[in-house]
Design a protein around this ligand. Structure first.
Ligand SMILES: [Zn+2]
Length: 185
């Protein structure tokens, strides 16, 4: 397994030796993803195995994962989207057909080989990202809830014995006022 990621990969050559890559790219590097993001932050991790299958086809199999910050389509604020997506590609040379791909595989045309590993992974991330993102609960609603919680906390503090009121300045107990009214009647 390679610990240092190569810039270019020669897929047919790598397939002969069953090559396994594992690594990460910072999202700041993946500029083609940027217009889909609310905030460019974090990284994506991936693993990729390039090998021949039993039918002498070159397969690229692995997985990518990332947490991307997209724009919520409801409140337009930042929303974190967790992405975990398998990678399953069959490399096809010029002149080959993608008619008989195995179930679940997408074609990868080897027009420019060696190709850039980062671009290959970036393409997979773009395909894995949702078209639209939304909060389960938008933060405006969450803020209202927290305001209510703060109000309740303050009410508790007012009643706490650690804040003794001066005799006579304490606001009248409405029930005591009511009792006095009844007495005077
Ligand atoms: Zn939202």
């Amino acid at each position: 397994m390679s610990s240092v990621l190569p810039e270019f990969i020669d897929i047919p050559r790598l397939a002969k030796h069953r090559s396994h890559f594992q690594g990460s790219y910072s999202l700041a590097r993946l500029t083609r993803v940027h217009d889909r993001l609310h905030t460019v932050a974090g990284e994506m991790r991936f693993s990729l195995i390039i090998q021949y299958d039993e039918q002498w086809r070159i397969t690229l199999k692995g997985e990518l994962e990332a947490v991307v910050i997209m724009e919520c389509q409801r409140c337009l604020q930042a929303v974190s989207v967790e992405i975990q997506q398998p990678i399953a590609l069959i490399a096809l040379a010029e002149g080959q057909t993608d008619d008989n791909l195995p179930e679940g595989y997408e074609p990868l045309w080897l027009e420019d080989s060696p190709l850039k590993l980062q671009e290959l992974i970036e393409d997979e991330l773009i395909l894995a990202m949702p078209m639209i993102a939304r909060h389960d609960h938008c933060p405006d609603l969450a803020e209202e809830v927290s305001v209510l919680l703060v109000a309740e906390t303050e009410a508790v503090v007012e009643d706490a014995p650690s804040l003794p009121a001066e005799e006579g300045t304490r606001p009248a107990n409405p029930f005591a006022v009511l009792a006095n009214l009844k007495k005077s009647q």
